[in-house]
Design a protein around this ligand. Structure first.
Ligand code: HEC
Ligand code: HEC
Ligand code: HEC
Ligand code: HEC
Ligand code: HEC
Ligand code: HEC
Ligand code: HEC
Ligand code: HEC
Length: 249
């Protein structure tokens, strides 16, 4: 019966004070700090729509450039840069389209610019055209050889290396250094011009590797041989050996 006389433990007092503070803060935040139009459209602040609408528009889009620069738009339309918007390279252009004299756009003519997208990076997708700027025709501006609105290389690319830099660098350090890319990949000429539309072949069977590595192959005697029936059993060879760098250990 002396329940009420019992001393309340200290930690309960502290927790209760904390709880009361939290409740007060919560009520204050809900009533004073949340904007009044929050929640009218679900979890959204209604006046944000007007604020966004009232923001200044800076990018004009590509269609309007045609009015005054139809020649450039036509040049770019079918070139490699067809999917790179004008304003990526020339900067936001709304003011320029309204009054060309008020904002004269700049063209990135210096060599430092293009490597933003084209400098070699291993993480870029296979086949994305990449160069090592330090060794790719250094000292000259890129646009002295590549028209920026239709950047065809000035001469046809002869080597697979130009587009498959990483694979060819890997292979050049491997036991397959003297096996030509085209020995394993039959490559249509068009692949070097429209690479994604004309893909080379890829080896598909164990027997393909066996043409050099099977015990009964008539390839050079220095090439190591394996017993095609027992070696690696039913798996394709490149489940264990990366064909561009086949290391045994
Ligand atoms: C109303 C016509 C008009 C429109 C629309 C227009 N331009 Fe221009 N642009 C001009 C004129 C005129 C000049 C020449 C300005 C000068 O040099 O005095 C010019 C110059 C330029 C230059 C300068 C090139 C250099 O020599 O350095 C670039 C780049 C350019 N425009 C890009 C664009 C882009 C991109 C668009 C579309 C977003 C565009 N323009 C839309 C009229 C227009
Ligand atoms: C990859 C970057 C890039 C893109 C994308 C690009 N330009 Fe250019 N543009 C340049 C460079 C670099 C120059 C300077 C060329 C020179 O001096 O020879 C230039 C020059 C120009 C010029 C002035 C010289 C000329 O060739 O008439 C105009 C106008 C122009 N660009 C408009 C456009 C328009 C319009 C688009 C979109 C259809 C566009 N550019 C897309 C990089 C680009
Ligand atoms: C915003 C990124 C971007 C910038 C900046 C850019 N490019 Fe490109 N470039 C591309 C894309 C995307 C392609 C097309 C790739 C494809 O077809 O797979 C391309 C293709 C090319 C090609 C064609 C290579 C081939 O496959 O034969 C050349 C050459 C080239 N660009 C040169 C330039 C030059 C010179 C500049 C500077 C004026 C430049 N690029 C700036 C994105 C860019
Ligand atoms: C002296 C002329 C010259 C200059 C300057 C030059 N290039 Fe090239 N570029 C070429 C030639 C030729 C090829 C095709 C043969 C090859 O790959 O070397 C090429 C190919 C390319 C390719 C295609 C590679 C691929 O994988 O498809 C890109 C991208 C490229 N250049 C970008 C640039 C950039 C960016 C610059 C400036 C930093 C530049 N080039 C400067 C002549 C030039
Ligand atoms: C102009 C650039 C370019 C040149 C030159 C080039 N390739 Fe390609 N290659 C590509 C592109 C882009 C892809 C597609 C990558 C993708 O779709 O992921 C590709 C894909 C491939 C594939 C994969 C096919 C597949 O089904 O996955 C092989 C194999 C290949 N290339 C071999 C070669 C060989 C061998 C050479 C030289 C004889 C060569 N390539 C020259 C750009 C090029
Ligand atoms: C000894 C035969 C052989 C040689 C030589 C060879 N490849 Fe391959 N390559 C293959 C095989 C096998 C695959 C399929 C691998 C897979 O499916 O996992 C392949 C796959 C590829 C792919 C598809 C993407 C990838 O990495 O799997 C590309 C691109 C490619 N090779 C390019 C080249 C280029 C460029 C060269 C020359 C520098 C070359 N290959 C030399 C056997 C070879
Ligand atoms: C044109 C003949 C040829 C073809 C086809 C070929 N190779 Fe080779 N392979 C060689 C040569 C040459 C060597 C290197 C011998 C040496 O180092 O003396 C080699 C070495 C090897 C090695 C040994 C590497 C080491 O560390 O000793 C392996 C593993 C290998 N190849 C796997 C493959 C696979 C997997 C394929 C099929 C995708 C294949 N090879 C297709 C010629 C070929
Ligand atoms: C299950 C994984 C596996 C598969 C599949 C496989 N290998 Fe191997 N391979 C190895 C291992 C592990 C070694 C090193 C040990 C040894 O010599 O058995 C090797 C060694 C080799 C060697 C070097 C032999 C030597 O004497 O130096 C060659 C060549 C070779 N493999 C070619 C092939 C070819 C060709 C195929 C497809 C027909 C293939 N491998 C399939 C795992 C595999």
């Amino acid at each position: 019966m002396n329940f009420f006389n019992k001393k309340i433990p200290e930690q309960v007092t502290r927790l209760s004070i904390l709880l009361i503070i939290l409740i007060v803060v919560f009520i204050f935040v809900r009533s004073k700090l949340v904007p009044p139009d929050f929640g009218e459209y679900g979890h959204y602040r209604t006046s944000a729509i007007d604020e966004n609408i009232s923001q200044e528009i800076k990018y004009a889009g590509q269609d309007i450039c045609y009015d005054c620069h139809d020649d450039v738009v036509e040049t770019k339309r079918l070139g490699y840069h067809k999917n790179v918007a004008c304003e990526v390279c020339h900067g936001p252009a709304v003011i320029h389209t309204e009054d060309p004299e008020e904002l004269i756009l700049k063209a990135p003519r210096n060599r430092g610019y293009c490597p933003i997208c084209h400098e070699y990076l291993p993480s870029r997708p296979t086949g994305f055209p990449q160069i090592v700027a330090a060794s790719h025709n250094p000292m000259k501006p890129c646009i002295s050889c590549h028209e920026p609105h239709d950047p065809k290389p000035p001469e046809a690319i002869k080597e697979c290396k130009a587009c498959h830099a990483e694979i060819s660098r890997t292979k050049s350090l491997s036991h397959h250094v003297y096996v030509e890319c085209t020995h394993c990949h039959t490559t249509p000429q068009e692949h070097k011009i429209q690479p994604r539309d004309y893909l080379p072949s890829k080896p598909s069977t164990r027997e393909f590797c066996g043409s050099c590595h099977a015990e009964d192959s008539d390839a050079s005697a220095d090439i190591p041989r394996v017993d095609m029936f027992s070696h690696g059993e039913r798996y394709t060879c490149w489940q264990c050996h990366y064909p561009h760098l086949p290391e045994v250990r």
